[in-house]
Design a protein around this ligand. Structure first.
Ligand SMILES: Nc1ncnc2c1ncn2[C@@H]1O[C@H](COP(=O)(O)OP(=O)(O)OP(=O)(O)O)[C@@H](O)[C@H]1O
Ligand SMILES: O=C(O)[C@@H](O)C(=O)CO
Length: 436
């Protein structure tokens, strides 16, 4: 029965945290939305008497939401619903997972969701820990770094939805929350678990969201140990490095596909890391770029041509998964939508989602998807309700086994959801080797 319940504000973030939990010995299931956990999770629901096997065999459940940039009211309502659903299947500790680059705006959604989850759990305080050293995110003196750059000097400064214009986590959070926002520095963390705990227990932090410095995994282990009885922690996936689950040797789900099963890469992300991965794959995998003009002129035919191309490549060389991508270079990003036309963002998401559905019905059994929004669109089109996390591919990215039903037939597939900025340059060609 799961005891740890997590709520992630996007799909790739959910698999990122789940990947870490599996590595830490938690048998982990990602549930797509609160309804995939407990359809009628009302406030009064406390315990489900007959847990489905899926939950009985899990140590942790991560609910994947699409709430990062949703209207605040919606994000709060979905997060509350997720928490109630997790509680109904037995979870007693909660983890609010947001982006390691603290993606949010002065209105939210990190602060409002943290406030709501504190109220829902009856807790008065929590910690704020976006640090994830394995992916270059560290917090020192309250400032968030992305590798060598301060957050506001990193490419996140230009993010279209959540431009990050400050690197001080407390300053970013203060306008978003009703709680005081406090800080605890690295010297206290490095003084050890007891000193950090004593600091957290000081009156200053009694009702606060406390941003805690962490520069390496040992710091995160100290933070996790000092907060082990907190009913709610918040952060990126890094904090989970300090958690220990009960099944160190059996936590990974087995792959669903074999080496000769057809695969495909669907890349809708325009992030710098994905662009480098696309460029690397162009010389190595059969590929097609989405043509926005054609998609706008005749969506169905354009998608049918793309899926026909993939099927043709499978017939020639099943071992090389074709790549369908949106952006290889910054100039591929459409910044101005032509008058009266559908914006490129939804067009690309719809196109890749449609390709995914058709290709799974045509035999695709392994899909690597790049981009958080893109992953949300693909997972929704495939009508996956749960993902069982399997082999890791890179920090924050793993294969997951999913039952899907894009039209009217069920299939089991291996799915990897890659955050835009995660993964090495060769991930589109190398990820398949982990599926053994
Ligand atoms: N050529 C393009 N012009 C404009 N927008 C595009 C283009 N290609 C893709 N997009 C959109 O850019 C967005 C990329 O977001 P997505 O979340 O998928 O990737 P990301 O931001 O790199 O990933 P993450 O959220 O994991 O960091 C999607 O909405 C996608 O449809
Ligand atoms: O924490 C991260 O950076 C990722 O899991 C993510 O949320 C990107 O969308």
């Amino acid at each position: 029965m799961p005891t740890l319940g997590a709520i992630a504000d996007d799909f790739t973030g959910a698999t990122d945290l789940a990947t870490m939990l599996v590595a830490r010995g938690f048998r982990t299931v990602v549930a797509v939305g609160a309804d995939a956990v407990a359809p009628s999770a009302q406030p009064e629901v406390q315990e489900a008497p007959d847990l489905p096997d899926r939950w009985a065999a899990a140590d942790a459940v991560v609910v994947a939401l699409k709430s990062r940039t949703a209207p605040v009211v919606e994000a709060v309502a979905e997060s509350r619903r997720a928490l109630r659903a997790l509680r109904a299947i037995g979870c007693r500790r909660f983890y609010f997972k947001y982006c390691s680059t603290f993606d949010s705006t002065p209105r939210g959604n990190i602060g409002p969701v943290a406030d709501a989850l504190l109220a829902e759990t009856g807790e008065r305080r929590t910690v704020v820990v976006p640090s994830f050293p394995a992916t270059g995110r560290t917090v020192y003196r309250g400032r968030l770094f992305v590798h060598d750059d301060l957050l506001d000097e990193s490419p996140m400064r230009h993010h279209p939805l959540t431009p990050m214009l400050d690197s001080r986590v407390d300053r970013l959070l203060r306008p978003q929350t009703d709680h005081p926002v406090t800080r605890i520095g690295l010297e206290t963390v490095r003084a050890g678990v007891a000193r950090l705990r004593a600091a957290l227990d000081d009156d200053t932090h009694a009702d606060a969201l406390t941003v805690v410095d962490a520069v390496d995994d040992e710091d995160l282990r100290t933070v996790a140990a000092a907060t082990e009885d907190f009913g709610l922690v918040t952060g990126a996936a890094g904090l989970a490095v300090g958690l220990t689950g009960p099944h160190p040797d059996q936590a990974r789900a087995r792959p669903a596909s074999g080496p000769r099963d057809p695969g495909v890469v669907l890349a809708g992300s325009a992030s710098a890391a994905t662009r480098a991965q696309v460029t690397h794959a162009l010389g190595r995998l059969p590929h097609r770029r989405l043509d926005l003009t054609r998609l706008r002129a005749d969506f169905d035919t354009a998608v049918a041509d793309l899926t026909a191309f993939v099927r043709d490549r499978w017939a020639h060389d099943p071992a090389r998964p074709p790549l369908i991508y949106a952006v290889a270079a910054p100039e591929d990003v459409e910044t101005d939508t032509p008058a009266g036309a559908e914006p490129a963002s939804t067009l690309v998401e719809r196109a890749l989602a449609a390709c995914a559905g058709t290709l799974v019905d045509a035999g695709a059994r392994r899909l690597l998807v790049a981009g958080g929004e893109t992953s949300g669109a693909v997972v929704s089109a495939l009508r996956a309700r749960t993902l069982a996390i399997g082999a890791p591919i890179a920090p924050g990215v793993a294969w997951a086994r999913a039952e899907v039903c894009p039209s009217d037939t069920n299939h089991t597939v291996d799915l990897a959801l890659k955050s835009g900025n995660f993964g090495g340059t060769d991930i589109f060609t190398q990820a398949w080797e982990q599926l053994v």
